[in-house]
Design a protein around this ligand. Structure first.
Ligand code: NDP
Length: 283
């Protein structure tokens, strides 16, 4: 069986097109969606992510407010910036790029962002809403995964889903979304026994580990949908967490790395920002 390769670039392009239309409609009524991006320090990977996010935002008619701060920034100064952005009516979304320099208290910063502007969905109020069935912001990567699964009509209700990884950014919100969509969800992590057997029973596998090709292709159940969130740099190339070619022999549909989940994360960030701007218009 040859798997369908899920083209994340194409689907992200579609989402960004939808976002641009919605942003354009807001501009017509005098509301320009605005995203504040805060980058502290000079971590090269973070700088690349921030550049991609700001570029995509501008292309989608979302105004970007760029805040680059030195690695020596104090907790108090960063909190003061977040307070200003919370108050600024031109700012619909606030994104503080992680990781922050280790001397800073990331949790305190994320909790300081007003939940209505927390387009990353990391604030405890939004996390609580996700788990309790409320309407809040959902983290962008798992939100993008849901869209990718929908693009290939993946049956979710009653499906056995295995999420490998339990981070706050990917694994946990992924599990919440799948559960809300009526899948039966198993969350695996570094202490899980029998990972191979659990995956062998899964109709849906979401791998968010950060270990190249750790999920072997011959573990995959025939007909499963496989979403590979992992981004691993190996010999100068990006590789996912799933052994791609072997998994493609058995899966019904799967994502490549690169070109799968990655482009969706940015698209969903823009979508969340425009949601926030639309809410502002309603207020
Ligand atoms: P974390 O490092 O926060 O979490 C990794 C998870 O994998 C942990 O829960 C860990 O378990 C689990 N794990 C580690 N080793 C094993 C193992 N041998 N067996 C089973 N589980 C294991 O990473 P993130 O969630 O932030 O990211 C995961 C991957 O996704 C990374 O490659 C990252 O680069 C990528 N990523 C990609 C994005 C995109 O847009 N494409 C966005 C965000 C992340 P434990 O909790 O026990 O330590």
């Amino acid at each position: 069986m040859a798997a369908r390769i899920i083209d994340g670039r194409q689907i992200a392009h579609e989402v960004r097109g939808e976002v641009a239309v919605r942003a354009g409609a807001l501009v017509q009524v005098g509301v320009t969606p605005g995203l504040a991006v805060v980058l502290v320090g000079d971590d090269p990977a973070s700088a690349v992510y921030v550049r991609s996010k700001t570029q995509a935002a501008r292309e989608a008619a979302v105004a970007v407010f760029d805040h680059r701060l030195p690695a020596t920034t104090s907790q108090r100064d960063l909190e003061a910036l977040v307070d200003r952005l919370n108050q600024d009516p031109a700012v619909d979304g606030i994104l503080v790029q992680l990781p922050l320099p280790p001397v800073l208290d990331s949790r305190a910063i994320l909790e300081r962002i007003r939940p209505e502007k927390d387009v990353d969905g990391f604030h405890p109020v939004n996390v609580g809403k996700l788990w309790s069935g409320g309407r809040g912001f959902v983290p962008c990567t798992p939100l993008g995964v849901m869209r990718l699964m929908a693009s290939v009509d993946t049956p979710l209700s009653g499906a056995d889903a295995v999420v490998v990884g339990r981070s706050n950014i990917v694994g946990k919100p992924m599990a919440a979304l799948l559960m809300a969509a009526d899948a039966t969800v198993t969350v695996c992590h570094s202490r899980t026994r029998d990972l191979a057997e659990r995956i062998a029973r899964a109709d849906i596998v979401v791998a968010a580990i950060g270990r190249a090709a750790m999920i072997r292709g011959d573990w995959i159940k025939t007909g499963a949908t496989v979403i590979d969130v992992g981004m691993n740099r190996v010999d100068g190339r990006w590789m996912g967490d799933v052994e791609f070619a072997a998994a493609a022999e058995r899966a019904r549909a799967l994502t490549p790395v690169p070109g799968g989940v990655g482009p969706m994360t940015i698209a969903m960030l823009l979508s969340n920002t425009v949601d926030s701007a639309e809410n502002r218009r309603v207020e």
